[in-house]
Write a protein that binds this ligand. Structure first.
Ligand code: PLP
Length: 459
């Protein structure tokens, strides 16, 4: 808050009175904005709540609505270093005032950002392509895979989401199996979601072996048809799937299987990268694997559009012959200055370790809540990427989707933003900015307990 004050003063902006009492913002009232939104904006835009929120300001782990009400933001996987972090805002403003241009010219920041990010990467992952969104990154990963392997067949996980471009809807079961979805294209093969809580083979003697054998069977079918598997794409902890945790050893055995069949392994780190999982900088590191291609986005620019693909020199070289890759904005000076400022804050404030400590505390408290509330079937995840799965029956795992939505609405009334995920929308997802602290975690748990009591015993 002090840094914010200094920054606002330097910019000649009036100071905010305090974190708890942001001024109401005069302007159009909520009903006018809602009507305009219905008239002019994408009609499928998700609003999360029955009564959409009209936010006007963000600071740290808080968002403020037009009436000046503060909300503890527990579902923001974009702003790792907190909303409108002064160092990030200053880097953006400074670079915008100095130079911004397309990627036709070299500039210092793009080189420095690639060097700094490479230092966080294992193995030979050192050739960077900067883009503007997670979707662009995954689309480019698909092109790299095809150029390198000459193959098209993809292995994907049920419930996965990898982006909004047509090419990615094709490999996102969350979309192609969802309402209005067209099903999988013939070259896309869906594997069972290896969820420790709900997965198809969770009761098998060796669940990992069962999931891997399922994949091996699909690979054999592809080969019998005279083709080969191009790649396996997966998040190491699944977001839209419902904050899904894999059984230990799953990813390592899948990587070995796919590589033995001549395919590549893509780690989608768009949601889970940059220290969110606490124990490691990247989600895939929690499984001890080294991917061939890693894609990232969301927190990379703390809300500013910045994303990337990194791969090995050998795979990147497959683009050199006749497949030039260029995009106008990717890696522009302002984006890279923002990316560097975000990395500075994550590293200087050791936000990864902070996420581990606060996440451990929060998970332990949520597990205590689970002992008292039968609605909570499972508490899972790592660092500040946690899921609370709600069920009506712990034996049948019947999803409590209505209750989950009621909890999200009631928490909003208490000034806490949550959301749901998973195929049944019954998993409360908790992924706050990484500056979220232990007091925030305690408040979240206490308010959640109050709301659970209301939902379990309706008046
Ligand atoms: N990959 C994952 C795992 C995601 O969760 C998302 C977005 O939600 C994407 C890719 C697509 O990123 P973007 O929305 O920036 O295009």
């Amino acid at each position: 808050e002090v840094a914010h004050g200094v920054f606002r003063q330097a910019c000649g902006l009036p100071a905010f009175p305090s974190l708890a009492a942001a001024p109401a913002q005069p302007g159009r009232d909520e009903q006018t904005i809602l009507a305009a939104r219905r008239r002019y904006l994408n009609p499928t835009l998700s609003v999360s709540y029955r009564r959409p929120l009209h936010m006007v300001r963000g600071q740290g782990q808080y968002l403020y609505d037009a009436e000046g009400r503060a909300y503890l933001d527990c579902v923001n996987n974009v702003c790792h270093v907190g909303h409108s972090h002064p160092a990030v805002v200053a880097a953006l403003a400074h670079q915008a005032a100095l130079l911004n241009t397309n990627t036709r010219y070299l500039h210092e920041h793009i080189i420095t950002l690639a060097e700094r990010l490479t230092a966080h990467m294992p193995g030979d992952l050192s050739v960077w392509f900067f883009v503007n969104s997670g979707s662009e990154a995954n689309d480019l990963a698909l092109r790299l895979v095809r150029a390198y392997t000459g193959r098209q067949d993809m292995l994907v996980l049920a419930g996965a989401y990898h982006g909004n471009l047509s090419s990615l809807i094709d490999i996102s079961p969350y979309k192609f199996d969802g309402p209005g979805g067209a099903g999988a294209p013939p070259w896309v093969h869906t594997l069972s979601m290896p969820c420790t809580y709900r997965g198809r083979f969770r009761h098998a003697e060796d669940p990992v072996a069962a999931y891997v054998e399922e994949a091996a069977g699909i690979i054999r079918q592809v080969e019998e048809a005279g083709r080969g598997v191009a790649a396996f794409i997966a998040e190491a902890l699944m977001g839209t799937g419902g904050q899904v945790v894999f059984p230990p050893g799953y990813l390592a055995q899948m990587y070995a299987l796919v590589r033995a069949a001549g395919g590549l392994c893509i780690a989608d780190e768009v949601q889970i990268g940059f220290g969110r999982v606490g124990t490691h900088f990247w989600g895939f590191e929690t499984h001890g694997v080294v991917p061939d291609i890693v894609t990232m986005g969301k927190p990379m620019g703390n809300g500013h559009p910045l994303a990337a693909v990194v791969t090995t020199p050998e795979i990147a070289a497959s683009f050199v012959t006749g497949m030039e890759y260029f995009n106008t904005f990717g890696g522009n000076p302002v984006s890279c200055a923002v990316g560097l400022a975000v990395l500075d804050v994550i590293e200087e404030q050791n936000l990864q370790e902070h996420a581990r400590r606060v996440g451990e505390h929060l998970k332990a408290r949520l597990k205590t809540l689970q002992e008292r509330h039968p609605l909570i079937g499972d508490v899972r995840g790592s660092g500040l990427f946690l899921g609370v799965e709600l069920v009506r029956d712990r034996e049948t795992l019947a999803p409590a989707a209505g209750e989950a939505q009621a909890i999200v609405e009631a928490m909003r009334e208490r000034g806490i933003l949550l959301s749901t995920d998973g195929p049944f929308h019954n998993v409360l997802k908790i992924k706050p900015p990484l500056v979220f602290n232990q007091e925030d975690a305690d408040r979240l748990v206490e308010e959640l307990e109050g709301v659970l009591q209301e939902v379990e015993q309706p008046a």
